[in-house]
Design a protein around this ligand. Structure first.
Ligand code: ZN
Length: 347
């Protein structure tokens, strides 16, 4: 029995001796397993953090790259802008040059830099169209009236209207309201306005080419501004050659021609610029004394004292008509009649 107990005690002892370490071993094993799992989890966490860091680093690097590329784009746009702006400046200056050139070219004529200085006077004092006085039809009478407008002009206009005749008026410088009305009435009725002189003072206008231009320019502006049409024809007071201008008339004609203006003398004259008005019949016969001209430019006057000129007009028109003539106003294509100017193409 005693041995049983001994055996039991021995078995128990053996069990205890074997079990305790096993117990600790198991416990230790479990603890190791927990730590290992935790280590694994930490490792996983570390891996994931590392990945995240890598990914963020990459994103950062991409963003930097993008920023650099935007920066380069910006630089390039800036460069384009600079070049566009300099191109625009260049075009603007080219445009300005072209405009200056157009202005220069649209002037009817250019002065000769080596020519006389008076060519540079009054840059807008040019005939409105290129000179082309080439037409010289036979059988035409050009009635012309100098020294108006005046109250006689109204009467002349009435007669011309009744007779259905167009004529030409070489006016002097009267700028009052009545005169201006008459200039418009002449133009509106289809007659031609020409320049005669502003002052009609021979000593003044024939003092020099400059003086002549200065005087005529005033009449030019009056006609242009009042009727909207600048004149092309002009008539010298006293005719193109007279005792006041014989030293300079060629220079005057040359300068006026350069500006496109056509001088107009006459080959039939009423000789009505007398102190006392001539009888109307005398005026008619004065004009007709020129004989059967191929074409006629008739000098008459419509200044205030010329009552008998008005009186003579209907008979004069009727007689010339009966001789087969027609009547017309001077137009820039009609060849002028000019006295004694051999270098100019007179009919
Ligand atoms: Zn006159």
């Amino acid at each position: 029995m005693k041995n049983i107990w001994k055996l039991a005690a021995a078995v128990l002892a053996a069990c205890v001796l074997a079990g305790v370490p096993t117990y600790f071993a198991v416990r230790e094993h479990n603890a190791f397993r927990d730590i290992s799992a935790r280590a694994d989890s930490l490792q996983t966490e570390a891996d994931s953090t590392k990945e995240e860091v890598e990914s963020l680093t990459k994103e950062l690097s991409d963003a930097r790259g993008q920023l650099d590329s935007r920066g380069r784009e910006l630089e390039s746009v800036k460069g384009e802008l600079d070049s566009a702006s300099s191109e625009r400046d260049k075009l603007a200056s080219q445009l300005e040059e072209a405009q200056t050139k157009i202005e220069e070219l649209s002037k009817p004529a250019h002065f000769d830099p080596d020519g006389p200085e008076y060519q540079q006077l009054f840059p807008d004092f040019y005939a409105p169209q290129p000179l082309d006085a080439s037409k010289a039809p036979d059988g035409v009478i050009y009635l012309t009236f100098d020294d108006g407008p005046s109250a006689r002009t109204d009467e002349v206009l009435n007669i011309l209207k009744n007779e259905n005749v167009k004529a030409t008026f070489f006016i002097v410088g009267r700028s009052g309201a009545a005169s201006r009305d008459r200039l418009r009435a002449i133009a509106n009725a289809g007659h031609t306005l020409g320049m005669h002189s502003w002052s009609h003072d021979y000593k003044t206008i024939y003092g020099s080419v400059e003086a002549f231009l200065t005087d005529m320019y005033e009449v030019f502006k009056l006609i242009r501004d009042e009727t909207g049409t600048a004149p092309t024809y002009y008539r010298f007071p006293g005719g193109s050659t007279n005792s006041y201008d014989y030293g300079i008339y060629k220079d005057i004609i040359a300068e006026m021609l350069r500006r496109g203006f056509i001088p107009c003398d006459w080959n039939m004259s009423a000789q009505d610029a007398t102190k006392t008005p001539l009888p109307a019949s005398q005026i008619v016969s004065n004009v007709l004394s020129a004989g059967n001209v191929a074409r006629g430019v008739v000098l008459m006057h419509d200044s205030k004292p010329r009552t008998t000129t008005v009186e003579a007009l209907p008979e004069l028109i009727a007689t010339l008509r009966s001789r087969g003539y027609t009547f017309a106003a001077l137009t820039p294509d009609v060849k002028p009649v000019v006295f004694n100017y051999k270098n100019f193409d007179v009919e």
